[in-house]
Design a protein around this ligand. Sequence first.
Ligand code: DOR
Length: 437
Amino acid sequence: MSDTRQADVLITGARPYGEGDPVDVLVADGVIAEIGAPGTVEAPESAERIEARGQVLLPGFVDLHTHLREPGREDTETVESGSRAAALGGYTAVFAMANTDPVADNALVTGHVRRRGEEVGLVDVHPVGAVTVGLKGERLAEMGTMAASEAQVRVFSDDGVCVADPLVMRRALEYSTALGVVVAQHAEEPRLTQGAQAHEGERASRLGYAGWPSSAEESIVARDCILARHAGARLHICHVSTTGTVDVLTWAKELGVEVSAEVTPHHLLLTDERLETYDPVNKVNPPLRAERDVDRLRQALADGVLDCVATDHAPHAEQDKCCEWGAARPGMLGLQTALSVVAQTMVRPGLLDWRGVARVMSERPAEIARLPDQGRPLAEGEPANLVLVDPDAEWTVRGAEFASVSENTPFEGMRLPAVVTATLLRGRITAREGKSD
Ligand code: DOR
């Protein structure tokens, strides 16, 4: 990654993981140089100072699931605008999904995304490689070439569509073991979701939406856990949305399957009650589910059955969202609201403390993607990939104010807790007080 180091930074009065007494933290040469009691850490005159009394210091967040839309749909997001949104949201690394145009199923496209990320320099942008050529689910993409290329692809996914053919998935998992990479599955049995528009249930029936059954997700997760076990492979499940998937993951983990799973902030907060609005800003894949699913997802994230939070940040143009439900594209923005939604759904109800937030938003995703320099402990000598959070502040979501090119947030107008006040990437301040560098 590019060299983004800069002048020393002295952070004063923050509480690491929101625990214990406040400390001062000196950041120099891209690492945490010293941590000490307030007033005891000496910094050069030239050092930038961040007064952080009452704030929580955490390792920078890592998003395993971001759509940056470059190349192809720069009218909705670019590597630059998405990087800004990520830095403002407290992220120091994001994984850019492969469903671009052209698809990131080769070393040229993944190399371009990686290079653009480095040029922008606000967050480490790791390109995700497609599992199959053109996301068509038929022929495996050149996974080995992408893994060995300058882009160093470590996560492969056809996200947006499912790798539905069991033989193709089996081969992808087998290759992944040899390459030391992980396949992230968008779990959706396409035969069960043909024409589907919304979570299958009483509400969809009453309102006239074609139903999207939970079993479409659960059947693929069960199948792929069995395939991963057979291949001796690691498997990652994207955007888990149902109670039944939590049951399957519990069973698979007890069996010793090396499966990890993510949940999105929107599936932790919103339900299919939103269907009553008929507003396509609420259309997403997988769909918003029932209240009992939301409750179970929160509990599973607290328990560790779900490993991490990933945004599925999915920018869309106004014409693709401000239209009839059936014609609208699925997806919602997430990078600048993720921390606050996690604070609202997990921290406020006492399901996670701030150390737990560090686990699900930084440490576990970094482990899953095997990033050596992210999700590290807050300790001297560690890389200064950091985020400062004001846990007591509240703010009102305004999509038009986001750094993203698009504005499709389902949280518009909501008042949410916790504000990212600063983000540091290898010691360089990439966002501060709501402004990116
Ligand atoms: O809602 C979604 N939008 N889910 C996906 O899996 C893909 C994403 C997109 O690319 O817009």
